[in-house]
Design a protein around this ligand. Structure first.
Ligand code: SF4
Length: 491
């Protein structure tokens, strides 16, 4: 018997199939999976190995959620079609995208015919924004952030009470060494799937971060997010301190507040205390740069709060003056009384002051790490939805199309393209995958009225009723998150 001449013929003879779901084009032997483990050769058929996830929504929105079921326990046929939302998780991909998306599902809601185009997008242009609720210094702005020694991007501008990291992105996925791309992809994937990741900031801290969990900074778990900057803390609590302290200094890396100079103290007719702090005065009672950033009081490098006092004016201050120094979370606090020589002497904190400090802590929210996934869906992925992609972009901008990711609402950036952001905590667990190009695979769904879909040049020949997906695709069922709006509600 002669050998088959072409590779295709040899593959066919050995039962090898080619996966065409991404540019890697794996050749998969019988019973094996491709490089990403998402597709396998099951009895000669290219098969998406993870079950597709359907979210079940109870009719009464506040009613009990359908519990998560394993694939073996699937009772999909019992789920009313009107309560099923087919997510892109496990849906599969089309590559190249001129083919219709894997599932284009019709259903009827409140007497309106709706359609959801369901796919898994393969994103080379994607990144994460990490919001880490802490005042502690994690590293200078623009400092490289590394995972397993590879740069996975950088520290970006801090927000109110939170340090921010930008991770991933096309340059680190594709523009560096192969290892940098792989580590960047794996780091993003772990965070997107709500796993913990260790990061090291050059010239800064080591961090363990996980979506929805308190961040760990240099081995210390952060508990409280600050109540506000030093100035805001004074604005909130000035009235409660009045009569119990003659001066309150709220130590903060960005804006340190001094009560009797501050507008809030003046409003309360508080007597000037003559205590001048270091740093640059911005406006009365508000000082910048009282110390360097660090892991001490209020995100500064200060361990001894008196170090920020530049001078005490003998013409204004007086012996017996009661001074409270406190951080913006209330975690650090010290109480002093000026002696005859106007030197601050540590003293036992009176009960009223102790309660006032506790009140700051009580008003802090729990510190969390938040992971926002951001990607551009304005490329060829659109061709899986419509033959005329610009009409999809316009329809999204005109709010005719609702975009979700694993059923979670996304924010679409204004301007060109379909650049979206989604909070991974609002998505089902393990919603993301990857391919070794490297790129992240994320679920994405486009929901609209069937009439609008026809209008924008949709693949009408590929529309199938949701019942056929529920009954034949062996999906997994997950409960609907009540905080997410129901995408099938006709607008
Ligand atoms: S990496 Fe995965 S999706 Fe890409 S061709 Fe291989 S098996 Fe298919």
């Amino acid at each position: 018997m002669s050998e088959p001449e072409t590779r295709e013929a040899r593959d066919a003879a050995e039962g090898i199939i080619t996966c065409d779901a991404c540019p890697v084009l794996c050749r998969i032997r019988p019973g094996r999976t491709g490089a990403c483990d998402r597709y396998g050769n099951v009895e000669g058929v290219l098969t998406r190995m993870d079950p597709m996830v359907i979210a079940a929504h109870t009719e009464a929105k506040q009613g009990p959620m359908v519990p998560f079921l394993g694939a073996g326990e699937w009772k999909g046929a019992l789920l009313p079609a009107s309560e099923a939302f087919v997510t892109g998780i496990g849906a599969g991909t089309t590559y190249p995208d001129y083919k219709p998306a894997p599932f284009i599902v019709s259903s009827r809601h409140r007497d309106v015919d709706m359609v959801t185009v369901v796919t898994e997008g393969i994103f080379s242009y994607c990144g994460l924004k990490l919001k880490i609720d802490t005042d502690r210094f994690v590293g200078p702005e623009q400092a490289p952030v590394r995972a397993r020694g590879e740069q996975v991007r950088h520290v970006t501008t801090a927000e109110y009470g939170s340090q921010m990291l930008a991770l991933g992105g096309v340059r680190h996925l594709t523009g560096g060494s192969k290892k940098e791309g792989v580590v960047t992809c794996e780091t993003m994937l772990a965070l997107c799937n709500k796993g913990p990741v260790e990061l090291a900031v050059e010239g800064g801290a080591t961090l363990t971060v996980q979506a929805g969990r308190p961040p760990v900074i240099n081995g210390t778990t952060e508990e409280r997010m600050r109540v506000g900057c030093g100035s805001a803390t004074i604005g909130i609590f000035a009235k409660q301190w009045q009569g119990h302290a003659d001066e309150v200094i709220v130590v903060d890396d960005h804006i340190t507040g001094v009560l009797t100079e501050h507008q809030a103290g003046r409003f309360l007719d508080m007597k000037p205390a003559g205590i001048r702090v270091r740093g640059r005065k911005s406006t009365p009672g508000r000082y910048f740069q009282v110390a360097n950033p660090g892991l001490g009081w209020g995100g500064t490098d200060i361990r001894d709060p008196l170090a920020i006092i530049e001078k005490i004016d003998p013409k204004t201050a007086w012996p017996g003056l009661r001074l409270l120094m406190v951080s913006t979370t209330g975690e650090d606090a010290a109480y002093f009384v000026l002696d005859e020589k106007l030197r601050p002497v540590p003293a036992e904190m009176p009960e009223a002051i102790r309660r006032a400090v506790e009140r700051i802590g009580e008003n802090c929210e729990p510190a969390l790490a938040t992971v926002m996934f951001m990607a551009g869906a304005g490329g060829s992925l659109r061709a899986g939805v419509t033959e005329n992609p610009i009409r999809l972009t316009r329809s999204i901008k005109h709010a005719l199309v609702r975009v979700t990711s694993g059923g979670a609402p996304v924010y679409i950036w204004p301007g060109g393209g379909i650049t979206y952001m989604v909070d991974v905590s609002a998505m089902p667990d393990n919603a993301f995958g990857h391919v070794p190009t490297p790129a992240i695979v994320a679920p994405i769904e486009f929901t609209m009225r069937l009439a609008d879909y026809r209008e924008l040049g949709g693949h009408m020949g590929s529309v199938r009723p949701v019942e056929s997906v529920i009954e034949r695709s062996h999906p997994q069922l997950t409960g609907w998150r009540p905080e997410n709006p129901w995408p099938l509600e006709p607008g």
